[in-house]
Write a protein that binds this ligand. Structure first.
Ligand SMILES: [Zn+2]
Ligand SMILES: [Zn+2]
Length: 332
């Protein structure tokens, strides 16, 4: 089959590799859509310390089951599926305490084991979740990033009638906006410098959109979320948290970045600073939200390229001109 292979950091190859050999509990999925995100850039750039090379990238995907191992239950050939790419060990202390996303033996498709930027990918059947026949597979491939958003909202205490402030209206920021009212927001303010993204933020339910937080003056919000990962933005965001409110660090900053905060304000305002990392017990609910609600997620997919254009797709992600960039291996 054809697949993208990152042989080592900076070395991307698109070529023929052996078809995946399914284990007894695996299904083989013909990949229809596979998204690219910042994590993939880090894997390609050698900035993801847990990555194991060579690796086929791709952890956000959907497609059709074409083969099933002999112990597979409940998923048949022809089923349309997406899958949770994370395969925690279940044995380490974080896993045993319910923090499988923080597993000490990190194992994930597209990072340590073969991912879905390939014509076919094998996945344990219990991680594959069904999608309706005829469902838009590009949206199916958004279930994984959506499950990160669901996890983020799981971690913060929100109340009906809270005022939200979200920095960044990229794919993740817009998904946060799309679900904010579902977790209680009465207003959602978005800070986003790009004009087109500001318009999209409105269409996803933002009540106020501004190009810069300067326009907010000293306004404060119950819930403030950073979906940018940019240090000056983080520092600015902390200044807009209402006393008693919550700040959620959702955006991924560089691993060695440092931001300043006031311990006095953290104490005296009784604010909560919360971090959210990837997916935890949230994949199935994200699947249901994507399938059963009309969130309009297909608007997030701005570019679809053939597998052979993976390097170009990466550059589009890096340039940040569009929103979600996907490859469509089936049409390669
Ligand atoms: Zn991702
Ligand atoms: Zn573990």
């Amino acid at each position: 089959m054809r697949a993208v292979v990152i042989d080592k950091p900076g070395d991307i190859d698109v070529g023929d590799v052996p078809d995946p050999a399914p284990g007894p509990g695996d299904v083989v999925v013909a990949v229809h859509a596979c998204g690219i995100c910042g994590t993939d850039l880090h894997v390609v750039d050698g900035e993801f310390s847990l990555a194991k090379y060579p690796v086929v990238p791709g952890h956000e995907f959907a497609g059709e089951v074409v083969e099933v191992g002999k112990h597979v239950k409940g998923v048949g050939v022809g089923a349309m599926v997406t899958a949770d790419p994370n395969q925690p060990c279940g044995r380490c202390r974080p896993c045993r305490e319910g923090h499988e996303n923080l597993c000490e033996e990190f194992r994930a498709m597209g990072i340590t084991i073969p991912g879905a930027c390939a014509e076919y990918v094998a996945v344990p059947y219990w991680l594959a979740r069904p999608l309706p026949q005829g469902f838009d597979m590009s949206v199916g491939a958004l279930v994984e990033p959506l499950s990160c958003v669901v996890h983020g909202y799981d971690l913060i205490r929100t109340r009906l009638g809270d005022h939200f402030l979200i920095y960044g209206a990229g794919t993740m920021g817009l998904m946060l906006v799309a679900l904010a009212q579902r977790v209680g927001a009465v207003s959602v303010t978005v800070v986003e410098p790009h004009h087109q993204r500001r318009q999209l933020a409105r269409s996803f339910g933002a009540s106020t959109v501004v190009a810069s937080s300067v326009e907010l003056g000293d306004e404060r919000f119950n819930i403030v979320i950073d979906a940018s990962g940019v240090v000056p933005v983080v520092e600015d965001a902390l200044g807009h948290v209402q006393r008693g409110g919550t700040y959620l660090q959702f955006g991924v900053a560089p691993a060695d970045a440092k931001a300043q905060f006031s311990p006095y304000r953290l104490y005296n305002d009784e604010t909560s600073y919360v971090g959210s990392m990837a997916v935890l017990h949230s994949f199935d609910r994200a699947r249901d939200l994507a399938v059963e609600l009309d969130l309009g997620l297909s608007r997030l997919v701005t570019d679809t390229l053939p597998l052979g254009s993976y390097a170009k797709a990466l550059e589009q992600v890096r340039a940040g001109s569009g929103l979600k960039v996907q490859v469509a291996p089936k049409e390669a």
